[in-house]
Design a protein around this ligand. Structure first.
Ligand code: FAD
Length: 574
């Protein structure tokens, strides 16, 4: 039998919140929150992505936004029941504002709000055409000179960007640009995605040959169109490329492949961008109102500068340009770096019969894929979760309901359990000389990803090769210089090399703003990504959200979109 007591408690609280907010009694509303409360708002109240931490910030936000927002009808979400465990009552909630319908999640502790998530489901009057409102497709009846769907699509493709300007231009047609484009298409916002590669999915296809996604299928669905039930757990890169290409087509996106954005500038007076692109060799000037840089957080290679790179006679390239291992059989390979790409490339080179040395310059967090799946993700993103009724939408919202300020507290026990479970594995790696870390505060992979987007490997087999010496390891050293045929390390070791791979990561997306717009705009916007946690490579001040991602920036009408497939799906706000 369902326990109705939590429902009663949540309804009472929502009733009190509704009453206080409707009456503009901000102090009464604030009284309903715990002292250590968090209110995470995705667009609904703030038209931004913001977490209010503590009662003072909740009060300030309400003072600034309540009169405009006019929230009402707070209640337990239709068809849902609140639940109670470990002294915390949780519930899905719904509410309205003057312009939108909202959905959210609430946790109560000692009868007061501990965490509150408010998200905008839809704008009133701009609902997506789904379900009962889906398009008819066919035009029944008889009509002279009628056009077909195909003719309409061709006409749109011929005019958009030429005789009619798009409202939005998205630069970068990887999964980020594509997922956002799909959302804007559903909202009837005229949008062009410009992509310098020829076909959607090419950013995955062009990566090293052995790459398969490190995240599992349940975490990776695209919006509107989930993967079929027979889709592999870890998508091979070319397969994900094909899926993106198919998706772009069936979601009817205006996707300009083989088109490079050359530069963009904003006219503050007309509030309009001038975006210069080269499409199939011809320059075209677009004049959108909004510009999104979805140019990839793993797309601007960090290429190190080492003495002697100009005289090295073998192959040398950044990991993003690594062609695969085939031509390196029996060759000597040196891979600089020790994160995901370095491990994947070392393993593939070893499989192909190369003599491989990994150069580890700083500590790396390693987590075995099956441990991560079982202990880190299974509750929300796994076949068991699906079987027990968890939907992708709910999993995303539960995930989003945990404020970044305290997320590490939920992560630390997970990684402690993983360390215990895989203690022998970690011991063997250390014995081989591998320098491990678990994040500055032992909070593991996900926090490293959110804070700095680097510094880890999800082990799918390469670690065993490191542990048993098949992949040779030089750790705690840097590269001093290259000679014509070797790499000399800071401890004086000389590694003979036919090929050197720089698996040295990627630069901030902010660099794209500098390249395409100006240094001034890039500086005005500031760093992109990171939380401001004051941990390694994530300097403060504390932001409480991902810096400049998916939300308004200091440059009017300029947006950044990207991240992993989960984020591309969930953070497609408009
Ligand atoms: C080795 C590796 C493994 C990864 N594994 C995973 C994983 O398992 N799961 C996961 O979710 N993510 C993974 N990632 C992260 C991955 O980068 C992103 O998930 C994904 O590629 C990001 O998509 P995106 O659309 O933001 O950027 P990208 O896919 O990088 O797309 C950006 C696009 O912008 C285009 N572009 C750039 N500048 C211009 C310009 N001036 N004009 C026109 N086009 C331009 C580029 O050609 C590119 O196609 C991995 C990344 C790497 C490098």
């Amino acid at each position: 039998m369902l326990d109705k007591a939590p429902n009663g408690k949540v309804s009472d609280l929502l009733g009190a919140l509704d009453k206080a907010l409707s009456a503009g009694e901000i102090e009464h509303a604030v009284d309903l929150f715990q002292a250590d409360c968090y209110w995470r708002d995705l667009v609904t109240f703030t038209w931004n992505i913001k977490t209010m931490e503590g009662k003072d910030q909740v009060r300030d936000m309400l003072k600034a936004r309540l009169a405009d927002t006019k929230p009402s009808n707070w209640k337990i979400a239709d068809g849902e029941d609140a639940s109670e465990a470990g002294g915390i009552i949780e519930s899905w909630i719904q509410f309205e504002t003057e312009v939108a319908r909202g959905f959210g999640h609430m946790r109560l502790k000692d009868g007061r709000i501990w965490t509150l998530l408010t998200t905008m489901s839809e704008l009133k009057g701009h609902e997506e055409a789904v379900g009962f409102d889906r398009p008819m497709g066919a035009k029944h009846g008889a009509e002279r000179n009628r056009t077909t769907w195909k003719e309409d699509r061709e006409a749109e493709a011929a005019e958009l960007g030429y005789s009619r300007q798009p409202y939005c231009v998205i630069v970068g047609g990887g999964q980020g640009g594509i997922a956002l484009g799909a959302r804007l298409r559903q909202l009837n916002v005229p949008t062009i995605i410009v992509e310098k590669n020829e076909r959607p999915g090419d950013s995955w296809r062009r990566r090293y040959k052995s790459l398969c996604l490190h995240d599992p299928v349940w975490y990776d669905h695209l919006p509107y169109l989930p993967f079929p039930r027979n889709w592999p757990v870890f998508s091979p890169k070319d397969k994900i490329g094909d899926w993106l290409e198919m998706y772009t087509k069936v979601m009817e996106l205006n996707y300009w492949g083989s088109t490079e954005c050359k530069k963009a500038s904003y006219d503050e007076k007309n509030r309009e961008w001038t975006v210069v692109v080269e499409r199939d060799g011809k320059e075209i000037v677009l004049k959108p109102k909004q510009l999104v840089l979805a140019t990839g957080m793993s797309a601007k290679p960090n290429i190190p500068k080492f003495e002697g790179m100009d005289i090295f006679k073998g192959d040398q390239h950044h990991s993003s340009k690594h062609p695969g291992p085939d031509k390196y059989k029996n060759k000597k390979a040196v891979v600089i770096g020790s994160n995901n790409s370095a491990h994947d490339i070392c393993a593939a080179l070893w499989e192909a019969g190369a003599d491989v040395t990994m150069v580890q310059r700083s500590t790396t967090h390693i987590v075995k894929s099956d441990s991560l799946m079982e202990l880190g993700l299974a509750a929300l993103y796994s076949e068991q979760a699906v079987q027990s009724g968890m939907t992708t939408a709910k999993a995303d919202l539960i995930f989003a309901s945990l404020p970044y300020k305290i997320l590490h507290e939920f992560q630390i026990p997970v990684y402690n359990a993983i360390r215990e479970r895989d203690a022998d594995f970690y011991k063997r790696l250390e014995k081989a000389g591998f320098l491990l870390d678990y994040g500055d505060d032992d909070s593991g992979l996900f926090m490293k990803y959110l804070r700095r987007g680097s510094g880890y490997y999800i082990d799918v087999g390469a670690s065993e090769l490191v542990a048993n010496g098949s992949i040779k390891l030089k750790s705690g050293v840097d590269v001093k210089k290259l000679t014509e045929d070797s790499v000399i390390l800071s401890d004086g070791t000389e590694l003979p090399a036919d090929v050197v791979v720089y698996a040295t990561g990627y630069g901030s997306m902010n660099g794209w703003a500098a390249d395409l717009i100006s240094r001034e705009v890039a500086d005005k916007v500031g760093k992109v990504w990171g939380l401001g946690s004051n941990t390694t490579k994530d300097p403060g001040p504390w932001e409480g959200e991902q810096r400049n991602m998916w939300k308004p920036t200091q440059q009017e009408a300029l947006w950044f979109h990207g991240g992993n497939l989960h984020q591309s799906r969930f953070c497609r706000f408009s």
